[in-house]
Design a protein around this ligand. Structure first.
Ligand SMILES: Cc1cc2nc3c(=O)[nH]c(=O)nc-3n(C[C@H](O)[C@H](O)[C@H](O)COP(=O)(O)O)c2cc1C
Length: 149
């Protein structure tokens, strides 16, 4: 069975809700999904290194939400080679923050790229100014992503 690890970074629950919606869609396609909130690298790699999806909002001034910071720093500190891992980033943000729009998603995408991950899909940036419900801006992208697995 195809496996997908969804690693969540969320402060107010929007990215976490979106991850749950993606999980439901994926399960309809018989993809086994595990959602990691406050993930450790070990937990995620024990589940799968095949497909990773990072769903993260941005907080502060382009900062990672606290519940994905540990995962980011473990990756950055241990620098595992992930050339067999196919990954994608779905970032939630708010364009009224200007230059730091979706900064956390960009940090994650850059790190996964440095670690050699293969890009499943170009990163998607969802703007809260445009979409009250993030799923409305992400449906097509999610369908395309799941079709690649
Ligand atoms: C205190 C605070 C700081 C934020 N900083 C940024 C930011 O720097 N860049 C950005 O794109 N969005 C920023 N946002 C917007 C959130 O990322 C956006 O509302 C997102 O949808 C929240 O998702 P969540 O419910 O998963 O936390 C900020 C929101 C708050 C409340």
């Amino acid at each position: 069975m195809t496996q997908l690890a969804i690693i969540v970074g969320s402060v107010y629950g929007g990215a976490a809700d979106l991850a749950a919606q993606i999980q439901e869609k994926a399960q309809d396609k018989s993809i086994e999904v595990s959602i990691f909130d406050d993930a450790t690298l070990q937990q995620v790699t024990d589940f799968t290194t095949e497909h990773w999806l990072v769903v993260t909002s941005t907080t502060g001034q382009g900062d990672l939400p606290p519940n994905i910071e540990g995962f980011y720093h473990q990756l950055n500190d241990t620098f595992p080679m992930l050339s067999d891992t196919k990954a994608a980033v779905l970032a939630l943000g708010d364009s009224s923050y200007g230059e730091t729009f979706c900064g956390a998603g960009t940090l994650m995408a850059n790190l996964l790229d440095e670690l050699g991950c293969q890009q499943l899909m170009p990163a998607l940036h969802i703007d809260a100014c445009e979409h009250f419900e993030a799923i409305n801006g992400a449906r097509e992208w999610i369908d395309d992503l799941l079709a690649q697995l």
